[in-house]
Design a protein. Structure first.
Length: 150
């Protein structure tokens, strides 16, 4: 009985420590795309995609969410989103989140990753739900392209 109590207590303490770590990490992240999310999204990169990529880079610039790939900010008829510069990912109203979603859903499939780069370079933190949708759409597009070339 004592062993079960000790194990339960250890699990409870570990859970609390992990929860505190998660809260601190999310506060410091402030809604920007993390390196882990970019790594996960780029893990499915198909280097043999010669139709749309030049093949001169390890990561195709067209699909990359990394801001260092292209130093130039490109606008996608979304200049109105610049007013959200510097705002936290959890500080948006439902109407403002829908404004981001409208822009995301009206983009051409080939422009979605570039839009994500543009948003990062403009210091705009996407609302959390939109950021997750963006990463999901980019990952699905890469997976579909890799299946086509396999």
């Amino acid at each position: 009985m004592e062993v079960i109590l000790i194990i339960s207590l250890i699990l409870l303490v570990a859970g609390v420590v992990l929860w505190i770590h998660d809260r601190i990490t999310r506060r410091h992240n402030d809604g920007s795309v993390t390196a882990e999310e970019v790594s996960a999204a780029t893990a499915q990169e198909d280097e043999a995609d010669s139709e749309d990529c030049c093949g001169m880079h390890m990561t195709c610039e067209r699909d990359s969410l990394l801001t260092a790939v292209s130093p130039e900010v490109v606008y996608y008829d979304d200049e109105e989103l610049d007013r959200f510069r510097g705002r936290g990912a959890d500080d948006y109203s439902d109407e403002e989140i829908e404004e981001f979603r409208d822009v995301l859903l009206t983009l051409l499939p080939d422009d979605i990753a570039g839009w994500g780069r543009s948003i990062q370079m403009r210091d705009i933190n996407l609302p959390t739900s939109i950021r997750q949708e963006l990463l999901m759409i980019v990952a699905e597009a890469r997976e579909a392209r890799s299946r086509q070339h396999a």
